[in-house]
Design a protein around this ligand. Structure first.
Ligand code: 4NP
Length: 173
């Protein structure tokens, strides 16, 4: 007979051996998610957090395109060159290859949930859910607005990705 275990097994992360890989997702992958990707890279670097980072869109209109010129200019104002990024669409494999898929708005999150395969291992979340006081809110789409909207986007994604980096770093401890 196998003796009953006297001590409960320690609580484990879903897959403790899996490296952190974060995918930011918006609609076109030319405005918000490339800025979130760039901001996260900087925050993770500064915090010493090792993570793979990428971004994608739920839509297919801009596949292969560089980020919107206004997004490039805004990132450049903060010393980050994102002109080499290229837009791509979310793929089914992303749900297994990334540990965290982070949607920029509620619609993106709903679209991701609808596409999530049964064997998905990524955890899905809304970016602003990671920022205290902003839970449930969406990062507004600056695409149809003025250039100033991109400054707001940068400020918002910088705060939220910094919070996300802190959470991920804490979970590793
Ligand atoms: P993003 O912005 O989702 O933040 O990249 C948009 C980019 C393109 C379009 C809409 C939103 N579009 O309709 O082409």
């Amino acid at each position: 007979m196998v003796p009953a275990l006297a001590v409960a097994a320690p609580k484990q992360r879903k897959d403790p051996m899996k490296d952190i890989a974060v995918l930011f997702v918006c609609l076109g992958n030319i405005c918000r998610s490339p800025l979130a990707e760039a901001a996260f890279r900087r925050e993770a670097d500064e915090a010493g957090l090792a993570a793979r980072v990428d971004s994608a869109g739920t839509g297919d209109w801009h596949i292969g395109d560089p980020p919107d010129a206004r997004a490039c200019a805004e990132a450049m104002r903060h010393g980050v060159d994102i002109s080499g990024y290229r837009a791509r669409q979310v793929a089914t494999a992303d749900f297994r290859e990334f540990t965290h898929i982070v949607a920029l708005d509620e619609k993106n999150l709903a679209d991701l949930r609808a596409r999530m395969p049964a064997d998905a291992t990524a955890s899905l979340s809304l970016l602003l859910d990671h920022l205290d006081g902003s839970a449930g809110q969406s990062v507004k789409d600056p695409y149809f607005g003025e250039a100033e909207g991109f400054s707001d986007t940068w400020a918002e994604v910088t705060l939220a990705t910094a919070a996300l980096v802190r959470q991920l770093a804490t979970n590793l401890r």
